[in-house]
Design a protein around this ligand. Sequence first.
Ligand code: NYM
Ligand code: MG
Length: 211
Amino acid sequence: MSAGKRGALIIFEGCDRSGKTTQSRLLVELLKSKDVPVQAMNFPERSSNIGQVINSYLTNSKDLSDEVIHLMFSANRWEHMNQLKQKLLEGKTLIVDRYSYSGVAYSAAKGLDFDWCYAPERGLLKPDAVFYLRAPASDLASRGQYGEERYEKAEFQERVAKVFDRICSKEASYWHQFDASQPAEDLHAQIASITDELLPKVATQPLDKLS
Ligand code: NYM
Ligand code: MG
């Protein structure tokens, strides 16, 4: 990689079971095969102290108020920001499974105020692209049983999807919405083509912050 070229910050967002994990894996494999420096990450990052509290909450072994867990998810992103920034500046492209928008969508779906939810995200690194995998709740439900974690209920996921839709229409300049019901290979091809155009374009752009 030539000096001064940074990597791209690419985020996958969507409801549980929308295929984010599969699509981020396919994208990482593709970039690796092209010798693009790349790393997969995900939020919540469950290994830190804060991440372990989040994990206990999600697995129902700990109860916390809606506000407190919201701020924990945000703090979990903040505690990793220097690391993300450093990797991007070293030229590494980061493919991240969930980010601030999951933070807002899941908490606002519980009834917390949208702007209150977004406030602690301001100042975090702004993604170069968000790939939003969207499918009707009925399609996601037909993919079989949800898991055992908190939030994994069809009715709640429908409310989460509504908040994602709202964010997507507001942030249209860097959000790309995809139909998550289509075959994984077709979806991957579309994502790959957008990524191909994105990497050289952002390589010389300064990193930005969420405002
Ligand atoms: N989640 C994830 C939130 O509620 N707020 C956040 O800020 C983030 C990053 O965590 N159901 C929720 C969404 C998921 C759950 O994520 C665990 P995953 O990607 O399913 O492991
Ligand atoms: Mg999940």
